[in-house]
Write a protein that binds this ligand. Structure first.
Ligand code: LCS
Length: 399
C-alpha cells in the first residue's frame, strides 16, 4: 500500500518496519523485487551524463545504488528518523566506512572502551598506521568523555548498550559534549536496534548497525547500515562507500528486508523473555552476578529508562567457580545455542574473553570489565519455560 503523504501523525515503528520498503511499487507487489542487475541502461547518452552529474535521478551501477538495496536503506532510515541510510556489506564495513570518511591524519577519535572487539582493534592496529589517534574511555561517565576531548577530536563513537558489558552511555549528554568540541557523535545502535532506541532523536549525528543482528533477526545474513542525520554527512560517507566498494548486494538486502518486517514482534517477545530470565538468573544459587539494563541495580538503569523504549534482550552474567564453572555451564546447555553473534530469533550464548573480544589484551579486558567469567546471552523468541529449564539444568552441573 502506498504511503499516505498527508497522514496526520507519523506511523508507528512496527508499521514502518513492515511498510517502509513498499512506498513505491511497480505492479502492486507486496514484497520488494530483487533487482539482480549490475548496471542500468540510459534512455539516451544525454540522460546518462545527467544521471552521472547528479542533475537527474536514476540508477547507474549497483555499487553506487540499487533499487532493492535502496528499499532497505529507506526502511532503516525511516526507523531511525534519519536523513538517509547507506547499506554496507557488513557491520564492520559500516564502522570502517565511518572512520575512513570522517577521520584523517593527525585527527582524533574518542571511543567507548567497551565496544564490539574489532571496532576497537581496527583503530588501534590499522587506522593508527595512517596517523589517526584514538582514546578509549568509559563513556558511561560523561566527565571522562569530556576530559578525553582534544583540539583535533573529530569523532566521538559510543556503543550503548555496550557489547558485552551492557553499560549504558547517555546519548544526549555525549552529543552535547561532542558538539561543544566541534566533533560528531556516532552511535553503534546494534545492541538495542531502532525499535528500542533511536539515537538521532537524542542528538547523535550518525547511527551504525550490524544488520546481521536484530534488524535481520534470523542469523542467516551479514550486513551493515549507516544512517546520517544530515545531507552533508550522508554525502561524505556515501562517496567513501562507493569508492572503497564495501557495498551490500541485492539478495543480501532482500533477505534483510524480509527479516526487518517482523522486527516489532521479535523485539517484544525476546525482551519479555529476557526480563523474566534476568530475574530467574539473579535468584539462582549457581549464578554469581547478573547485568541487565532493566533491573534497578544496573548502574545506568535510569539513563536506560530515559533513552530506550525497552531494556532489550541481552543479558551478561557470571556463574560460580569462575571460568571453569562457565565452561561446565556452556557445555551443559542442550537448547540454547553456543555461538557468537546475537539478535537472532534463536537464543545464542558465548564467552567474550575467549571469542568475540579475545583480540583485546587480557589486562585491558580485565580493566574494562570483560572478565574471564562473563557469559553473554542473546535471548531469543523460544518459549520462556524451555529456556528457563535449559539454563537451570546446565547451571546444576556446576559443582
Ligand atoms: N557492532 C556491534 C555492536 C556488533 O556486535 C558487531 C558484530 C558489529 C558491529 C560488526 O558487525 P558484522 O560485521 O559482524 O555484521 N558482533 C558480533 C558478536 O558479538 N559476535 O559475532 C559478531
Amino acid at each position: 500500500m502506498a504511503r499516505k503523504e498527508d497522514s496526520p501523525r507519523p506511523r508507528g515503528k512496527s508499521t514502518r518496519a513492515i511498510h517502509a520498503a513498499l512506498d513505491k511499487t511497480i505492479h502492486g507487489e507486496v514484497s520488494i523485487p530483487i533487482f539482480e542487475s549490475s548496471t542500468f541502461s540510459f534512455p539516451s547518452a544525454e540522460e546518462g551524463a545527467e544521471r552521472f552529474s547528479g542533475a537527474k535521478p536514476g540508477y547507474l551501477y549497483t555499487r553506487m545504488g540499487n533499487p532493492t538495496v535502496n528499499a532497505l536503506e529507506q526502511t532503516v532510515n525511516q526507523l531511525e528518523n534519519g536523513f538517509a541510510g547507506i547499506a554496507t556489506a557488513s557491520g564492520m564495513a559500516a564502522t570502517t566506512s565511518v572512520y575512513l570518511s570522517l577521520l584523517g591524519q593527525n585527527e582524533h577519535i574518542v571511543e567507548s572502551e567497551v565496544v564490539y572487539g574489532p571496532s576497537r582493534i581496527v583503530l588501534e592496529t590499522h587506522l593508527s598506521r595512517f596517523g589517526v589517534h584514538s582514546t578509549f574511555v568509559d563513556t558511561s561517565d560523561l566527565r571522562k568523555t569530556e576530559a578525553a576531548q582534544r583540539e583535533n577530536t573529530r569523532l566521538v563513537f559510543i556503543e550503548t548498550p555496550s557489547n558485552p558489558t551492557l553499560s549504558i552511555t547517555d546519548i544526549k549528554g555525549t552529543a552535547e559534549i561532542a558538539h561543544r568540541h566541534g566533533a560528531l557523535l556516532v552511535v553503534d545502535n546494534t545492541m538495542a536496534g531502532p525499535y528500542l532506541q533511536r539515537p538521532l532523536d537524542h542528538g547523535a549525528d550518525i547511527v551504525i548497525h550490524s544488520l546481521t543482528k536484530y534488524l535481520n533477526g534470523h542469523s542467516d545474513v551479514i550486513g551493515g547500515m549507516i544512517v546520517s542525520a544530515s545531507q552533508e554527512i550522508y554525502k561524505r560517507i556515501r562517496k567513501t562507500v562507493n569508492l572503497f566498494g564495501g557495498v551490500m548486494d541485492p539478495l543480501q538486502a532482500w533477505l534483510i528486508l524480509r527479516g526487518v518486517r517482523t522486527l516489532g514482534v521479535r523485539m517484544e517477545r525476546s525482551q519479555e523473555n529476557a526480563m523474566r530470565l534476568a530475574e530467574f538468573l539473579k535468584d539462582h544459587p549457581k549464578v554469581a552476578w547478573v547485568r541487565y539494563p532493566g533491573t534497578a541495580d544496573h548502574p545506568q538503569h535510569e539513563i536506560a529508562r530515559k533513552q530506550m523504549d525497552g531494556f532489550g534482550a541481552m543479558i551478561s552474567f557470571g556463574v560460580v567457580n569462575g571460568l571453569r564453572g562457565g565452561m561446565t555451564f556452556l557445555n551443559g546447555l542442550q537448547l540454547i545455542t553456543r555461538a557468537v553473534s546475537l539478535g537472532g530469533i534463536e537464543s545464542l550464548i558465548e564467552h567474550p574473553a575467549s571469542m568475540t573480544h579475545a583480540a583485546i589484551p587480557l589486562e585491558e579486558r580485565a580493566r574494562v570489565g570483560i572478565s574471564d567469567e562473563l557469559i553473554r546471552f542473546s535471548v531469543g523468541c523460544e518459549d520462556f519455560e524451555d529456556l528457563r529449564e535449559d539454563l537451570d539444568q546446565a547451571l546444576s552441573k556446576i559443582n
